[in-house]
Design a protein around this ligand. Structure first.
Ligand code: BG6
Ligand code: MG
Length: 261
């Protein structure tokens, strides 16, 4: 039974994904590395360092550690310049309402973000007070799709992983949720998030209880189909084994007609 929600930040609660994109694109431009929306999609949910490493790899470049540190600081300074003008109007459609109604319905709420800027951003847009616990890029080192950010969120909420539903906009984040043993709601398109239990464009107009019931039903159907598939496989395997034993027995019982009698 689901008792808590774990929310990603960038692209789920606030429209910051575009600012990460602009800042990485600016850096890639200075390094002479091509960087478009396809590349950016692969950086969603990925930590700052891992993102830099990927961009450098796409450009066939490597940099010494001090240069890596300098670019991470520069990218972050640009990003913070872009986000500084954000207000409560930049909370994504339906997100604040969903957080409030989930709290009212008795669900526990945690943040599970890779960003080291998560807390000041939540404060800037006025929704930090809606969280029971937060886990961000300062608390965990392993980047999504590693499940640790969500496992730590569940721990802080005092819930088991199977009692948590993750809301994510990144393929890496959906994978992290599934690896943590949680339900996963994707925000975006089914093409970009094929592994999610369900995908919605945003949280607008969603009722937390109905959404939980729907995802639980979908997960149960998947588990049922999986169990049936596994049973069918076991049946096929035992039929195969029986046929093999049968033909071995027949071979043994059949006189070898090539031998002289
Ligand atoms: C994730 C974003 O939430 O946080 C990534 O999707 C970003 O694009 C990562 O790189 C780390 O963020 P920050 O703010 O610590 O650089
Ligand atoms: Mg995100």
């Amino acid at each position: 039974m689901i008792r808590g929600f774990l929310f990603d930040l960038d692209g789920v609660l606030v429209d910051t994904a575009k600012f990460h994109f602009l800042a990485w694109q600016r850096m890639a431009g200075e390094l002479g590395i091509a960087f478009g929306h396809d590349e950016n999609e692969q950086l969603k949910g990925v930590s700052r360092r891992a993102s830099l490493e990927k961009i450098l790899a796409w450009g066939g470049q490597t940099l010494p550690e001090p240069e890596m540190e300098r670019w991470m600081a520069t990218k972050n300074a640009w990003y913070l310049e872009y986000v500084a003008s954000m207000t409560s109007a930049d909370v994504l459609p339906g997100a604040a309402e969903f957080l409030r109604s989930a709290r009212e319905a008795g669900y526990r709420i945690a943040l599970g973000s890779a960003s080291k800027n998560a807390l000041p951003i939540l404060e800037l847009v006025g929704i930090l007070n809606l969280f029971d616990a937060t886990v961000d890029g300062n608390d965990v080192t392993a980047s999504k799709p590693d499940p640790s950010v969500f496992l730590e969120g569940a721990r802080k909420l005092n819930l088991q992983p199977h009692e948590c539903l993750v809301v994510e906009d990144a393929a890496a984040g959906i994978e992290a949720a599934l690896r943590a043993g949680m339900l996963a709601l994707g925000l975006g398109t089914p093409e970009a998030l094929p592994q999610a239990h369900r995908v919605l464009p945003d949280l607008q107009g969603q009722d937390p209880r109905s959404l939980v019931a729907d995802l639980e039903a979908r997960a149960a159907a998947i588990a049922h189909a999986g169990a049936e598939g596994a049973a069918a496989e076991r049946l096929a395997a035992s039929a195969h084994a029986a046929a093999a034993t049968h033909s071995a027995t027949e071979d043994a019982a059949t006189p070898n007609t090539h031998l002289p009698s």
